[in-house]
Design a protein around this ligand. Structure first.
Ligand SMILES: [Zn+2]
Length: 251
């Protein structure tokens, strides 16, 4: 990427009548770059953001975005760094290397040119990438913890989540969900057997995020209840089976 000054100097030379080849030779900038600047066909960094500009759209990689939104709402943060560039950080437990890889792949799909790094801390790895426009994609960002402020999806996010509900739930359950196996002794024909039943739990302090999770479960017809105000439980056999297909297994 050339800075604006270099680009302006090259364009001035072209406008003064020099050929593209001559400007390219003199500056070392490729002919195609000079031509795209002259013709206005180059893609500036801000135009790579689907939300900035006159005709905002939702991210083209919708499945990955839905997954990453779930992960962000569960365990993600945005912080502003040098040069007004934001860092997206998704904290992933080291117990699930597959989820760390899936998170990194989702970020890479959305930002193929950015570096995705992994920062290791005790028991957890933060998958991070820097980009000026992360707040455009995650407008739920704000000061303080998520449960201390309203978390409301924008209409374009709601539409995307409605279309990719499974991926959104997958992101939520991969971050703040867990699948556990309970068991009870059961007597059958005089015989006591260990009867196991799996269930999914989703815990979050934000009532709004719990609400988004619950609405999405409803949309896929997955029965659930709130055993505690901060926890959603999916325990019915067919509901667990559906959520297994959608979200799991954690890996
Ligand atoms: Zn933007």
């Amino acid at each position: 990427m050339y800075d604006a000054e270099v680009r302006e100097a090259a364009l001035a030379a072209v406008r003064s009548g020099q050929s593209i080849s001559a400007v390219s030779r003199a500056t070392g900038i490729s002919r195609s770059a000079v031509r795209s600047w002259r013709d206005g066909t180059h893609r500036s960094r801000s135009s790579e953001c689907p939300r900035c500009g006159p005709d905002p759209s939702s991210p083209a990689t919708a499945t990955e975005y839905a997954y990453l939104l779930g992960q962000y709402l569960g365990d993600g943060t945005l912080s502003r760094g040098r040069g007004n560039v934001w860092s997206l950080r998704i904290a992933c437990a080291d117990a699930w290397p597959g989820i760390i890889a899936e998170c990194a792949a989702a970020i890479r799909a959305i930002r193929p040119d950015n570096t995705v790094s992994r920062l290791r801390r005790q028991g957890c790895t933060s998958v991070t990438a820097r980009w000026k426009h992360w707040p455009c994609l995650f407008p739920q960002h704000g000061p303080g913890m998520k449960h201390t402020r309203a978390i409301v999806l924008e209409p374009w996010q709601e539409e995307l989540v409605a279309e990719h509900t499974g991926e959104f739930l997958r992101g939520l359950f991969h971050s703040d969900g867990c699948r556990i196996t309970n068991w009870t002794p059961r007597k059958t024909a005089g015989d006591t057997r260990r009867y196991e039943y799996p269930r999914w739990l989703f815990s979050n302090k934000s009532t709004d995020i719990l609400g988004l999770c619950s609405t999405s479960l409803d949309r896929l017809g997955i029965a659930h209840r709130f055993p505690r105000p901060d926890t959603i439980s999916v325990a019915r056999r067919e509901a667990v089976a559906t959520l297994d297909r959608v979200a799991g297994p954690k890996h």
